[in-house]
Design a protein around this ligand. Structure first.
Ligand code: FES
Length: 319
């Protein structure tokens, strides 16, 4: 993971749809930014202690700006509200170099991209990339209503517009997403990509698996989850410092460690970004994140300490 920090300026800001701000971030001197792949995100340093991840939704072939689309979320814990309030045109901010936890499969014969609401953002970059490599794909954009949706004009004018299928909750049934039909029976080399609200993603993933898709052909990017913090307390031993703490019911491992002076770098605090990943030396984690794959979770040798807990009475962490 690169720790490179980039200083960028908000070159352009545009309100689109209902509550979405689309930002173009550029080098202050107009130099090209580091290249990014479709599916990548950047960490945006909004203010001290507030770092949030946003997918890059521009064309990866255009390195002069990184485009973000951020929905103002009334349930925001500060991130999206800060974007809307602070990131005005001309504002300089720091971001990380792009990181990609949601890459396109290089060997895909066909790709089915499904974005729900603001989950369309990584799909836009994917559509540009697939179109540039002349790869077969279709893009499905599901949203509550046409008037509330961002990116419609851009997508409608894009070279890949004929591959775009929109599905609005408040329009005729005939245009609604027939997920079973879109997925069809799995064919060799067909990959599915989904991003959106957790319930929407769970629906798409469950349907794809039910129709026979292999788990590793159903690619997913969660941007918001409800962290389940319930469960009994347990003990954590931090091997490097030699300190042991009790993690109370409802308390996170990060909070418990922080109380004895052990600071863990965190960002999303929702098990999404991977910033707080630690190695597990002993004990069995109770994984509550959406960052690790099922296989990684089964290995039980890593844990995201912002949200996950323990099945065993004690965890020993390499921290
Ligand atoms: S801080 Fe993002 S996964 Fe823990």
């Amino acid at each position: 993971m690169s720790d490179q920090v980039l200083k960028v300026v908000v070159r352009k800001r545009e309100e689109q749809g209902d509550g979405v701000v689309v930002l173009d971030l550029a080098d202050p001197l107009g130099q090209p930014l580091p290249a990014f792949e479709a599916g990548a995100h950047v960490d945006v340093h909004l203010k001290p202690g507030l770092v949030r991840q946003y997918s890059l939704c521009g064309d990866p072939a255009q390195p002069l700006a990184y485009r973000l689309g951020v929905l103002k979320d009334p349930a925001s814990r500060g991130g999206s509200l800060a974007v809307h309030e602070l990131l005005l045109e001309g504002r300089e901010i720091e971001i990380s170099a792009p990181r990609n936890h949601f890459p396109l499969a290089p060997d895909a014969r066909r790709s089915i991209l499904i974005g729900g609401g603001i989950g369309i953002t990584p799909m836009v970059a994917m559509a540009y990339a697939l179109n540039a490599r002349d790869s077969d794909f279709e893009l499905h954009y599901c949203a509550r209503s046409r008037s509330r949706s961002a990116f419609l004009e851009e997508l409608g004018n894009a070279a890949f517009a004929p591959r775009l299928h929109t599905h609005f909750d408040d329009e005729a049934d005939a245009q609604k997403l027939d997920l079973a039909k879109v997925l069809g029976s799995p064919q060799a080399g067909v990959h599915v990509y989904v991003c959106g609200p957790a319930g929407f993603m769970d629906w798409v993933i469950a349907q794809a698996i039910a129709q026979g898709y292999a788990d590793d052909h159903v690619h997913r990017e969660y941007f918001q989850i409800d962290v389940d913090a319930s469960g009994a307390g347990f003990e954590v031993h931090a091997a490097r410092s030699g300190k042991t703490v009790q993690v109370a019911e409802g308390q996170s491992i990060v909070e418990a460690l922080g109380a004895v002076g052990i600071k863990v770098e965190i960002s999303c605090e929702q098990g999404v970004c991977g910033t707080c990943l630690c190695d597990v030396l002993e004990g069995e984690p109770d994984h509550r994140d959406v960052y690790l794959t099922d296989e990684e979770k089964q290995a039980n040798d890593q844990i995201l300490v912002c949200c996950s807990r323990a099945k065993s009475k004690k965890l020993v962490l390499d921290i």
